[in-house]
Design a protein around this ligand. Structure first.
Ligand SMILES: [Zn+2]
Length: 252
C-alpha cells in the first residue's frame, strides 16, 4: 500500500473520502490502482475523465484514431480545436490538467491478437470502450486467459449494454456466453445506426463507476448478469445469463 495521503490529496478527494465505502483506505486503493481503457471515443471519454478525477493511479489508453468533427456530439472531452489530432494525445494533455496525480500510458495503435497479451497483462482492470464486437471479443478472450477484470460497454441508438467480469473466478461466464452468435459483430455501428450523445455518457459513466467499485472491493452486482438500459423509455433492467458449454471461457 502506498504512503499516506498528502494534505492536498485529502482536500482534493474529500467528497469521496467522506463516503463510508471509501475513506482514506479506499482512496489509497484508488491511487494504487492500474486500469486500461481500450478506445478513446464516446465511452472512453467519460471513463477516462471520471477515473482521472477519482485519482486512479495509472491509466493506460489504447486508441489509434484522430478526432473527427462527427465525434464531438458524444465524445465529451474533445472540442473543435482538437479535430485532426490523435485522441490519445489530446486526452493525455487534458488528464494532466485535470489531475496530475494520475500517470498515463498511451498506446497509439490498434489492439490485436499480436499485442493484446502484452498490453492487457500490465493492468488489473480492463475497460472496453471500443465500438465493435471484434475488439470486445478479443478483450474478452485475453482478459479471460490472463484472469483479469473486464468491464464491457456497448451502445447503439438509445440502448446500452454493460457487463462486469472477474475472470479470477473459475465459474465466471464471459461475453461470448451471452452473445452466442457472431452476427452481433455487425450490430453496433454509430455511423449507420446512430447514437444519442448522452447514451454514450451514461454507459461510460456506469463503466467508470463499476471500475471504482471494483477497486474498492465492493460487491459486483453484475456477476453473471447484464445491465440493459434504454434511454428512450428510461428502463434499466438486469438479466441473468450463465456459463455456456464449449465456450472460449471453458478452456483455462
Ligand atoms: Zn464464455
Amino acid at each position: 500500500m502506498r504512503k499516506n495521503l498528502s494534505a492536498n490529496q485529502i482536500e482534493k478527494y474529500s467528497r469521496q473520502i467522506v463516503l463510508k465505502n471509501v475513506g482514506t483506505i479506499g482512496q489509497k486503493k484508488i491511487l494504487s490502482s492500474n486500469v486500461l481503457v481500450v478506445g478513446a471515443g464516446g465511452l472512453g471519454c467519460p471513463i477516462v475523465d471520471y477515473l482521472t478525477r477519482a485519482g486512479v493511479g495509472r491509466i493506460g489508453i489504447v486508441d489509434y484514431d484522430k478526432v473527427d468533427v462527427s465525434n464531438i456530439h458524444r465524445q465529451s472531452i474533445y472540442t473543435f480545436k482538437d479535430v485532426g489530432k490523435y485522441k490519445v494525445d489530446v486526452l493525455k494533455k487534458k488528464m494532466i490538467n485535470i489531475n496530475p496525480d494520475v500517470k498515463t500510458k498511451i498506446y497509439k495503435n490498434k489492439i490485436s491478437k499480436k499485442n493484446a497479451y502484452k498490453i492487457l497483462n500490465q493492468f488489473d482492470i480492463i475497460l472496453d470502450g471500443s465500438d465493435n464486437f471484434k475488439t470486445k471479443f478479443l478483450l474478452n478472450e485475453f482478459a479471460n486467459k490472463l484472469k483479469k477484470k473486464l468491464i464491457v460497454g456497448a451502445i447503439s441508438r438509445y440502448d446500452g449494454h454493460i457487463f462486469s467480469f472477474n475472470f479470477k473466478r473459475n465459474n465466471e461466464a464471459c461475453l461470448k456466453c451471452f452473445y452466442q452468435s457472431e452476427v452481433i459483430e455487425e450490430v453496433l455501428n454509430c455511423e449507420t445506426d446512430g447514437i444519442l450523445g448522452p447514451v454514450a455518457g451514461v454507459v461510460g459513466n456506469i463503466q467508470a463507476n463499476e471500475a471504482l467499485k471494483n477497486i474498492l472491493g465492493l460487491q459486483n452486482q453484475l456477476t453473471n448478469k447484464i445491465l440493459i438500459i434504454n434511454l428512450l423509455n428510461l428502463t434499466f433492467r438486469q438479466t441473468n445469463f450463465s456459463k455456456k458449454k464449449n465456450c472460449v471461457c471453458g478452456k483455462k
